[in-house]
Design a protein around this ligand. Sequence first.
Ligand code: FAD
Ligand code: SF4
Length: 513
Amino acid sequence: MKKVTLRLILGDQLNASHSWFSKTDQDVVYLMAEMRQETDYVVHHIQKVVGYFSAMRNFEETLKREGHQVTYLTLDHESCHRTLSFIIEEQLAVHKALFFEYLEPDEYRLDKQLKEICQRLLLAAKCYDTEHFYTSKNTLKDFFTGKKQYVMEPFYRMMRKKHRILMEGDKPLGDKWNFDQENRNKWKGKPAIPAPIKLSNNVSEVYALVRKHHIKTIGQINDNCFEWPISIEQSEQLLENFCTYLLKDFGNYQDAMHTQEKFLFHSRISFALNTKMISPQRVINKVIETYENQTFPEVSLNQVEGFVRQILGWREYMRGIYWMEMPSYGEKNSLENNHKLPDFYWTANTKMNCLHHAIKQSLETSYAHHIQRLMVTGNYALLTQTNPDFVDQWYLGVYIDAIEWVEMPNTRGMSQWADGGIVATKPYVSSGNYIQKMSNYCESCQYNYKEKTGENACPFNSLYWNFLDEKKAYFKNNHRMSMMLSLLNKMDPQQLIDIKKRAQHIIANPDLY
Ligand code: FAD
Ligand code: SF4
């Protein structure tokens, strides 16, 4: 009698290099399913749902081509509308499987669910590492044991040393760990930004299926010309394109924003990474290889270090924070913020030009780069003291790369200070000045970034001072806030009253601005 093993592959576990696939075994059946529980746990962007299912279908084909047995359930399969537990039990029976195996989920929600399912199953079950990350779920916890603060920098340095990345003996290459000071330029039309790579996938079949099953989504899609990578080959193409044309200016302009340029010099590799179609090791190796080979065009160390830091540092760090702090992290609201997110987050209908552009772009492309997320949409949500639950839901839904393990520490932690400073050492808030410094948004805005009060004053200005005033008791012992708070203290009392009046009006009527 055959001893069949059923192996589950989730939609963000498309790692073709996993040791599971190193040999074919006719007693192993891989299970993939387009599950309603995954399309419905939050309202996702349409490109996210279609992107996932399209990438899963390509992965199924890859596995089958290599001789593996795969059971792939599309949305048309009745059990996809039931729970994960139902699907697993049904497929175990269909295949008369004696063993159940799965890859460690990256989300707490699924991790818990699968552990519970395995406890109920009357057969042997086993969980495997996804073999994707540099670190294990507990690396960060071990690293920070006994330390008061979980600052990213020492973790990043440890990772550089451990993995021998951009090192010269025991010293960092170029004698500096961090080139951030050189990476804060505004983009003023030069250097030219190469046209984005056109992947032009036809995903109309998947799109029609999503519509047929009335899955609620947000945003727009061009299903004849879908531009996100949905295969391993396309993920490689995107990386190649980045290294050849964009890496040379990545660091210099990584914080810049522009009305006409959505992607600037960013890689857009996050969806390929988070679905595991490409590994962080592959991305970092290719970037370093580009630097070392110095093929045309020339790539300097600050571009490379800036990029490596994002993946080797921030990405692994955020995952570690998530696993260290869950499940309570998802309930944190240190500043006790309780306002609603304005309606314009779903329409982009606002006169504030920076928000209009960042949100419009997010709805059109399911993408915004880091500074748009942090210093425009995130900044506004924090300044208006929005409940972090609403902010989390929005970020988790709208971006194609959003999976809770990376979305939540970025949103609740870095952006909203809801974790009370676990991730950030000071809240990421700014007035209109910062946005003006890093973008051209203010040039065509009806508001004036220099004014604090009056009809034409930039809303970010009054909101900023109002936020500081309302939270000054909370932040009084945070030395990184002392300069801002001392400026607040020096403000003319009548001016502060006027500023606060305007801020209160904006908070009460966000969709009027
Ligand atoms: P690039 O700028 O080209 O950077 C390269 C890669 O570095 C990214 O693909 C990503 O894998 C990694 N990276 C950079 N910054 C971070 C970071 N802070 N945390 C983790 N990885 C990072 N990233 C997600 O992958 N998923 C999310 O759901 C997500 N939500 C975010 C929410 C907020 C409020 C903020 C401020 C940031 C969020 N980020 C998230 C981090 C970052 O904005 C995106 O990774 C990045 O914009 C993706 O675009 P890119 O691939 O062009 O990145
Ligand atoms: Fe945004 Fe204010 Fe600049 Fe307008 S003036 S784009 S609202 S920062």
